[in-house]
Ligand binder design. Structure first.
Ligand SMILES: [Zn+2]
Length: 449
């Protein structure tokens, strides 16, 4: 047994000064003055905040597309994640056209080797047909009830298919996260911008204005209303998009919203920097008024989860592709390691630890059918635990990160606190922000309620 003594726990009922004991891969006891027996390990966590391990609800740890391969794979991406206090990543497993969901799952499980944190799978449907539909039940039996679809890009499915997916997922209490941008307008606007002579990353946000996001969210919400299904709007980035989420909720719909640190901590001035290609990701970084609106929505509880959309490409690759035009830069950014510390730093005056825990762990676990084995410090929950020491100050840099990418968009950001200890399935994976080398991650099954 390991006992964390003298910490302050973030529990579903609020902050609690208590000790926590874990045995094997479970939390077995929470209480005051727990006594250690012979052979027990006692860790003094005086002055620290003890969180349930953070969950990143949106990662692409090993993604290949026609413009490149992510610099991280599961081994390096989960190492970065756990060093930053994230003990579970929900990764997007993308179905190839013509492939089955079962085979897609097997491919992803093969990719997930030597993992330092847990992972779950969002199945990304790109080929909706009778067979795929039947596999929704098979996936539920395999512990996969969460999905992702796109309204844009080569992997998009149409409005009819979107409606049918949403309808079918109700039978497994599943949820679909949807990438909301108007698909046909993107290449048309990119061409307009390129034809006007703007080829640098400055053209990226101009070619994907927030109207494209808002229109897609509006359409998605009305489609969902036809089948009375909940939806999850992933990486919400704009004020116009937020207004569509609000409007659907006003009509009585269940609409969840996710945003990411990049939409809270940068504005579109990044695209005029010489290294602007680092922020070529979709949807793009928005204008200051959008950033203010999304930030306020986080504070007001209108946004339920903060994830990363971690999809890192080396700057060397992004920059060499940038020479061919902004539309040739592989889209995506790095963030899986730094999300918790960025949120704990930049929202510390607006949100308390209980609220931050909801955004980064509890709500995510609930939404994806992982609660309360994940997302809560409760007796019987999994021993995924992040011990945060708020007394340390340090500066984020590519030189001190553990994810595998040659830069970080957050270079030079000063942050408050460090992950003193991180436990994954009861095993000590991190000490003072550095990995112990223990790779205790497992596939996490969603429970179909
Ligand atoms: Zn994504």
């Amino acid at each position: 047994m390991t006992i964390l003594k003298n910490g302050t726990l973030v529990t579903p009922e609020g902050m609690k000064k208590a000790d926590l004991a874990m045995d094997g891969d479970k939390i077995v006891k929470i209480g005051e003055n727990l006594t250690a027996g012979a052979g027990d390990t006692v860790m003094d966590v005086t002055g620290c905040i003890v969180f349930p391990g953070f969950i990143d609800g949106h990662t692409h740890l090993d993604l290949v597309n026609n413009l490149g391969h992510t610099s991280d794979n599961f081994e390096t991406g989960t190492r970065g994640a756990v060093c930053g206090g994230t003990t579970t990543c929900m990764d997007m497993a993308t179905q190839e056209h013509g492939d089955t969901l079962v085979h897609t799952m097997e491919v992803w499980k093969d990719l997930a080797q030597n993992i330092s944190c847990n992972y779950g799978i969002h199945m990304s449907i790109t080929d909706w047909n009778e067979h795929t539909k039947a596999e929704i039940q098979t996936m539920a039996a395999e512990g996969i009830t969460t999905y992702k679809t796109y309204l844009a890009y080569g992997i998009a499915i149409g409005d009819v298919e979107t409606m049918e997916v949403l309808k079918e997922l109700k039978s497994v209490h599943g949820i679909c996260g949807v990438h909301c941008e108007n698909g046909p307008l993107i290449p048309a606007l990119q061409k307009q911008v390129l034809d006007s002579g703007i080829t640098s990353p400055a053209g990226h946000p101009i070619s994907k204005p927030s109207e494209l996001e808002a229109e897609a969210i509006n359409r998605l919400c009305y489609i969902a209303s036809l089948v009375d299904a909940p939806v999850n709007v992933v990486h919400l980035s704009s004020k116009l998009g937020l207004e569509e989420v609000r409007a659907a909720r006003k009509r009585g719909q269940t609409v969840y919203a996710e945003t990411c640190p990049q939409y809270l901590l940068f504005d579109d001035s990044v695209y005029s920097r010489p290294d602007g290609s680092k922020w070529v990701l979709s949807p793009p970084i928005r204008k200051p008024e959008d950033v203010a609106a999304i930030r306020q929505a986080v504070i007001d509880g209108e946004i339920q989860t903060i994830s990363t959309d971690h999809c890192p490409f080396d700057f060397s690759l992004k920059q060499s592709q940038a020479a061919k035009g902004f539309d040739q830069i592989p889209g995506g950014g790095a963030g899986v390691e730094h999300r918790p510390i960025l949120m704990l730093t930049h929202f510390k005056d607006d949100l308390d630890y209980v609220q931050l825990n909801k955004l980064m762990s509890e709500n995510t676990a609930k939404l994806f059918n992982l609660y309360p084995k994940k997302g809560a410090l409760l007796e019987g929950s999994d021993a995924d635990i992040t011990v945060y020491d708020p007394s340390v100050k340090w500066t984020i840099s590519a030189a001190n990160q553990h994810q595998n990418v040659d830069h970080t968009p957050y270079e030079g950001f000063e942050v408050v606190g460090r992950m003193k200890y991180v436990y994954v399935n009861g095993q000590l994976a991190v000490v003072d922000g550095d990995p112990t080398g223990v790779q205790a991650g497992k596939f996490v099954r969603a429970d179909c309620v």
